[in-house]
Design a protein around this ligand. Structure first.
Ligand SMILES: Nc1nc2c(c(=O)[nH]1)N[C@H]1C(S)=C(S)[C@@H](COP(=O)(O)O)O[C@H]1N2
Ligand SMILES: [Mo]
Length: 309
């Protein structure tokens, strides 16, 4: 765990809800006493309004969310991102917007997002490896950003690219994947109000291991769609090739919708292990579209999701 989370409380000893309230109280108390120095590296809490799209399931602990990660730029192991992402330079940060947009350019992140209201979105998150978490993101709809840059009528897909900086990313240096990490969405998926760009979690700026300073979150799809540390967003008229498709097209499709009826070739997707239960971690049934079907099932009307996996 990086120092910024080192508050002196033992997070694993408290339930997620207690933990959250405690952390809020702690930060409020520190500010109230004028003891900002006490908070050390901790940034001010981010103002974000609660979202009706949030689940009321209890969020995982900060420790789980920042200690059990997939971020292959920092290594294969779930503990590698927490151990190796601390040195990632995240300011300044710019995002290239290109392709079929009215206002392409290399935007400083702050300019690109200025004035867009932040929300707290507590989402279920399901990895293709059949584990899951509940994560209280801070972010805003991707649609708000796309509206700002002006999507042209011919745009049918959105392509995303993550940072690939060998000096600061040992997994990039070692060539673990075909970098940069690439993902994509169909334009209606990108515009769906559930699709967000997240800039924080648990009320604070995004931890590096979770994809600072800005990452995609698409809660009805397997976690690999939610590309981290984005540096490029391109509007295209053809379906973009993604990293995982390039590696193993039979196992990882473009759609990647959470679907208990369509197994991964090497394992079942019918149930999942909720991270954080320790020895008593119970498997729970996986819900189609990760439980977000009421908002997204209509996007796939007429499609065979066994073929379009
Ligand atoms: N750039 C990049 N983005 C990525 C990944 C990655 O390796 N590199 N892993 C994906 C996978 S498989 C998952 S499950 C989620 C994990 O997000 P989390 O660590 O914040 O829970 O990030 C996704 N985004
Ligand atoms: Mo994943």
């Amino acid at each position: 765990m990086s120092n910024r989370w080192n508050t002196g409380l033992n997070w694993s000893d408290v339930t997620p809800e207690r933990h959250w309230l405690n952390r809020r109280a702690l930060l409020a108390g520190a500010a109230g006493a004028g003891a900002l120095a006490l908070a050390g590296a901790a940034e001010a809490r981010i103002a974000a309004k609660p979202s009706p799209y949030s689940t009321d399931a209890a969020p995982n602990t900060l420790e789980d969310i920042t200690g059990y990660n997939n971020f292959y730029e920092f290594g294969y192991d779930k503990s590698d991102p927490a151990r190796h992402a601390g040195g990632l330079t995240i300011a300044p940060w710019s995002v290239k917007i290109d392709g079929l947009v009215d206002k392409p350019g290399d935007y400083a992140l702050d300019d690109l997002t200025k004035g867009i209201a932040l929300e707290e979105r507590i989402y279920r998150f399901r990895c293709v490896e059949a584990w899951s978490m509940v994560i209280p993101w801070i972010g805003f709809p991707l649609a708000a950003l796309l509206d700002r840059v002006g999507v042209q009528p011919g745009a049918k897909y959105v392509a995303f690219e993550s940072l690939a900086r060998p000096d600061e990313m040992p997994g990039v240096k070692a060539g673990l994947l075909d970098w940069p990490y690439r993902e994509g969405l169909r334009i209606d998926e990108a515009m769906n109000p559930l699709t967000i760009l997240a800039t924080g979690l648990y009320g604070e700026a995004m931890p590096r291991q979770n994809g600072a300073p800005i990452r995609l979150v698409v809660p009805w799809k397997y976690g690999f769609k939610s590309a981290k540390s984005l540096v490029r967003i391109s509007l295209t008229d053809t379906q973009p090739r993604t990293t995982w498709q390039g590696l193993q097209p039979r196992e990882y499709g473009f759609y990647a919708n959470v679907n208990p009826e369509v197994d991964h070739p090497r394992w079942s997707q019918a149930s999942e292990r909720r991270i954080g239960g320790g020895l008593f971690a119970k498997r729970v049934d996986t819900i189609k579209f990760n439980g977000y079907g009421e908002y997204v099932a209509s996007l796939y009307a007429g499609q065979d999701l066994a073929k379009d996996y």
